[in-house]
Write a protein of this length. Sequence first.
Length: 124
Amino acid sequence: MKPILFLCIAAILLAAGSYLHFAGSMVPAADQQRCEGIVADIYGDSEEAATSLAGQCDQPGMVAMMDARANNLGAEEAAEAISSANGGLIGTFLPYALIGAGIGALGGAFAAFRQRRGNPEGRA
């Protein structure tokens, strides 16, 4: 019974962590287009730079950075905008913590399975 419980917990933790990591950083199409427009305006004379930076406009931090650049914000204000767009410290580490806990639960399931396999009657 323990291995199945650990496997269920692992699946839930891994799914939640993966969802937060991959789906949590989606940029709306309007924001992405605005970012690409700002990149084209600022770096239009260098096609290589414009292409490289426009390809990163699907990241919330890049959108915040380009908005800060377009609004002539100072370094401190730009850094705050980028940090909040990226989800801050909790938003950055929570998905990884959930994925790590899921991997730990998989290890627990493996250990419980091995223990149960070595003791077929289920006695401790």
